[in-house]
Design a protein around this ligand. Structure first.
Ligand code: M7G
Length: 465
């Protein structure tokens, strides 16, 4: 991880000092007592040899290694944040300020281990097939005819497939019998219903909040410490498979907290889970519906002016071109904690203050857009050794904040809002404006609006939806 030694925030504020000792979670598994006794760490002897794959978005990491001289695959997954422990997380955690700007601040939050579990799934001894299953590899779509199945697939799976011993253990009540929710014993029609081992049965739905808590991706550089310094509770064991809940020391298992205070009703709405609808906006709709609405209703961009005027986040600026027409500021988006490149997220904010969004762009702005693309890419290559071919560089339409800005995210990271209905690649925008100077002024644009968005009501009232 070459250059993530990005300037860390100096103004560390320790608040919320842990006032209580962490509670020990009671083991609910007899195997745990028998085999792991009192919270010993079944993974402390795990020697990792390779990271098979990881996902910054899913907060998972798949590791291959040796456990007591046997081949093992260990999966670590951060678990969703549960509503029932929120109050305790808020009172019993320590917080470090990362940045503050207008009503927005972000913190790294260290929660007591029992409130911030990692799920560990262990396969030991693991076969070569297990290792392959979790290795990141390109995929190809295959078309299988009935004839292919008989002549290719069936012979292959007969020779090669995973052992289903763990399935027979369930059916024969040799493992997981206490987890069975329902059984129909009929020999032909019967089945057994039980939780998949991917689910630890503790989570409720994700939460709506103006304080956003997000678990951070699992970093390769702290893996060894996670394996040695954590406590583990066995959840279930079957054949070569076992799952644990892993309690890591807080500094190895951070939560990112974003605070908006005082938040407007619009902020609350922005983060509430709501149905969305795709809207088609003509140039005429923009003039008669969208523009009047955003003039009255949109979010304040005070935080943007604070950045441009160096009143906030100035120490976070990665690159600046000060030119009043072509210039911009490039800095980390507050979604990114800069601790790993996997979820890299930066933002370029233009010095020009009168370009609201994609809709305002014409060929006049080509020099500005080309400048952002080229110098933004160069700065990211220089600071993070990340070439343009690994970046997704795009604008949102509609944005939340109507001051032109460009998103720079790592290609492998599925950042929120990077889907086709909202994201417009900067390179495409440039091409489109080269072919038609008024492309974005004249054509229909599509974007999703949430059910409770006032703009959606305006489109409905105008009979446009
Ligand atoms: P957008 O496309 O207007 O809206 O992008 P979105 O938030 O719905 O994606 C604005 C971008 O600015 C987002 O990626 C935000 O995470 C980021 N952002 C918002 N605020 C209030 C701040 C801030 O105060 N500082 C920084 N550095 N980034 C912010």
């Amino acid at each position: 991880m070459a250059d993530v030694s990005v300037k860390r925030q100096q103004d560390l504020e320790a608040t919320n000092e842990l006032s209580q000792p962490t509670k020990k979670v009671k083991s609910d598994c007899e195997n745990d007592r028998a085999e792991n006794g009192n919270d010993t760490n079944a993974l402390s002897g795990f020697q990792s040899t390779a990271v098979l794959s990881d996902s910054a978005r899913e907060k998972t990491i798949y590791v291959h290694g040796k456990l007591a001289d046997q081949n093992a695959v260990v999966i670590l997954e951060k678990t969703p944040i549960r509503e029932d422990v929120l109050a305790e997380i808020f009172t019993a955690s320590t917080l470090k300020l990362q940045m503050r700007n207008d009503i927005y601040s972000t913190y790294s939050l260290h929660a007591p281990p029992h409130l911030n579990e990692i799920k560990a799934t262990v396969m030991c001894p693991a076969t070569e097939k297990h290792v392959k299953k979790y290795q990141r590899k390109e995929s190809f779509l295959v078309e299988e005819t009935a004839q292919d199945y008989e002549s290719i697939t069936l012979p292959y799976i007969k020779k090669q497939s995973f052992s289903v011993q763990w399935v027979y253990n369930i059916l024969d009540k040799k493992a997981e019998s206490e987890r069975i929710l329902f059984e129909d014993p009929h020999p032909k029609l019967g089945f057994v219903l039980l939780p998949d081992f991917k689910w630890d049965q503790k989570q409720l739905a994700d939460q709506n909040a103006v304080v956003i808590l997000e678990k951070t991706p699992i970093r390769e550089d702290v893996l060894a410490e996670i394996f040695t310094a954590s406590t583990l509770k066995l959840q279930m064991r079957n054949d070569i498979y076992s799952t644990y809940s892993l309690h890591a020391p807080p500094h190895l298992n951070e939560i990112k907290a974003t605070v908006m205070c005082p938040a407007t009703e619009k902020h609350v709405k922005k983060y509430q889970r709501k149905e969305s609808f795709l809207v088609e906006e003509t140039a005429q709709d923009y003039e008669s519906i969208t523009l009047p609405y955003i003039k009255k209703q949109s979010f304040s961009v005070q935080w943007v002016y604070n950045i441009l005027d160096k009143k906030a986040e100035s120490e976070r600026i990665l690159f600046e071109d000060p030119h009043p027409k072509l210039g911009f500021v490039l800095l980390p988006d507050f979604k990114w904690d800069q601790k790993q490149l996997d979820d890299l997220y930066l933002m370029a904010i233009t010095h020009q203050r009168d370009i609201k969004s994609l809709r305002d762009l014409t060929s006049q702005h080509l020099p500005l857009l080309e400048n952002i693309l080229q110098k933004g890419q160069e700065a990211i290559l220089k600071h993070y050794s990340l070439p343009a071919s690994k970046m997704r560089i795009y604008l949102h339409y509609q944005p939340s904040y109507y001051h032109l800005h460009v998103h720079f995210t790592k290609l492998d990271f599925e950042a929120p809002g990077c889907r086709v209905e909202r994201a417009h690649l900067l390179a495409d925008v440039i091409q489109n404006l080269r072919s038609d100077p008024n492309y974005y002024k004249t054509r229909n644009l599509y974007f999703p609006l949430r059910a409770d968005d006032g703009l959606l009501s305006q489109f409905k009232e105008a009979g446009r939806l």
